[in-house]
Write a protein that binds this ligand. Structure first.
Ligand code: DSN
Length: 442
């Protein structure tokens, strides 16, 4: 029986989400739209199977076809990234990164990663993450200009001699200096792990330098610029095997049985499909277009007087610094843009004067809009809408008194619901979006 007939309640919610995706502009840089083939593979009977272990070495019977699909995903991953080993089983990016710790460190070891408010990821040692609890985290930062402070990385690495150094981020708009991290790690005999979750698709397309010649291990999610299902991969490079010839086995054992149980075989099937798509010439073009669109959107925003961290971007994302209008305004912009159908996320900025919950920035990116076929001229239009929304909410400021904040945001929400200018922009955005189909929503 079809979902529509069997469970009208779930179907209704799904339809509402389908409408939201079709009728709005998705600018969260970690999101994307998968193809219908990826969606189809996700929704297959591979979800019925248990397959603990690895191809040819399973704990359950009946895995001959799962073995085949997992081997195919591994082969495609190895070919695309030019690496000798790929594990495609991590449930998502955070478990993939945890598995790297398990494979390379002992609890209590010193590790280094980019500080979270400076754009780094939770799993690179931030204090509230298990990685900041079980390991001794020494974060590095970005400079006042927004670029990674490589001199500080050198200094901290020499002083603390970490076992593991991460390079990778969730909110960093410039090309990563992988070669510098390789030199630093080499000098102190640390493992160098590149987390390319955000930029994997750009790396495949040649629109961002590859970390493979420099890092020992590379982790990535599969659902951001790579445009696959929600999942992740851990790649071991030749450099990694030269450092530790058992590194691939250590990584595999860390994922299973170290951290996870049975792999999600339907996800593995969909990863294989996404990797197959990423091998096509059209994907190269896609990766370059994502960056061209990102530069166009950044240019459109700066032209309209917005301040961007580092004054631009090299990749798929940009970070608006809203502090000229007062600290903590990210939340107002996110809510107001949501109201007109432009989805972004509030984000901390380097040197954040407010807090992660009430940050002073907004993070935007172009992977999803580019998948829909939007180009530079559409980015210009989106920049103009963002400017209009900003103008409309210019007067809204975050109260200094922390108790007054939640009520202020509540009344802001009511005000934007009633704002006629925003309601009319919402209609314009909807009409525009319907011209750019989202795969799987028609
Ligand atoms: N949630 C991801 C992002 O948005 O960048 C990071 O894990």
């Amino acid at each position: 029986m079809q979902l529509r007939d069997q469970d009208s309640e779930v179907f209704r919610i799904l339809e509402a989400e389908r409408r939201r995706q079709r009728e709005g502009v998705e600018l969260i840089p970690s999101e994307n739209y998968v193809s219908e083939a990826v969606l189809e593979a996700m929704g297959t009977i591979f979800t019925n199977k248990y397959s603990e272990g690895y191809p040819g070495r399973r704990y359950y019977g009946g895995n001959e076809h799962v073995d085949e699909i997992e081997r195919l995903a591994q082969t495609r991953a190895k070919q695309l990234f030019s690496v000798p080993h790929a594990n495609v089983q991590p449930y998502s990016g955070s478990p993939a990164n945890l598995a790297v710790y398990l494979a390379t460190c002992q609890p209590g070891d010193i590790i280094m990663g980019q500080n979270l408010p400076d754009g780094g990821h939770l799993t690179h040692g931030w204090k509230v993450s298990a990685t900041g609890t079980y390991y001794r985290s020494v974060p590095y930062h970005v400079k006042a200009d927004g670029y990674i402070d490589v001199d500080e990385v050198w200094r901290l690495a020499r002083e603390h001699r970490p076992r593991l150094i991460w390079c990778g981020a969730t909110a960093y708009v410039r090309e990563f200096p992988f070669e510098k991290f390789a030199e630093i790690a080499e000098e102190i005999s640390a493992f160098f792990v590149a987390d390319i979750a955000h930029i994997a698709g750009l790396v495949i397309a040649g629109a961002h330098k590859s970390p493979v010649p420099y890092a020992h291990v590379v982790t990535t999610t599969t659902h951001k610029t790579l445009r696959g299902p929600r999942g992740a991969m851990i790649l071991v490079t030749q450099r990694g095997l030269d450092k530790d010839d058992e590194l691939a086995e250590r990584i595999d054992r860390a994922i299973f049985p170290g951290l996870q149980g049975g792999p999600h075989d339907h996800t593995t099937a969909a990863i294989a499909v996404a990797l197959g798509e990423a091998m096509q010439p059209a994907f190269k073009e896609y990766g370059h277009r994502v960056v061209a669109n990102s530069k166009a959107l950044a240019g459109g925003l700066m032209k309209r007087g917005f301040k961007l961290v580092t004054n631009g971007t090299d990749n798929h994302m940009m970070l608006m610094d809203l502090t000229p209008g007062g600290p903590g305004r990210g939340v107002f912009m996110q809510e107001a843009l949501d109201r007109v159908g432009i989805t972004v996320n509030k984000n901390t900025i380097p040197g954040e004067p407010s807090s992660p919950f009430y940050p002073s920035g907004v993070r935007l990116g172009t992977p999803a809009a580019t998948t829909r076929g939007m180009r530079e001229q559409e980015m210009e239009r989106i920049a103009s809408w963002i400017a209009l929304v900003a103008e409309e909410v210019e007067a809204s400021k975050l109260p200094d008194d922390s108790k007054a904040r939640s009520p202020a945001i509540k009344s802001f929400r009511q005000a934007i619901e009633q704002n006629r200018r925003l309601a009319s922009l919402r209609n314009e955005v909807r009409e525009f979006c319907l011209k750019f189909p989202v795969p799987g929503t028609t």
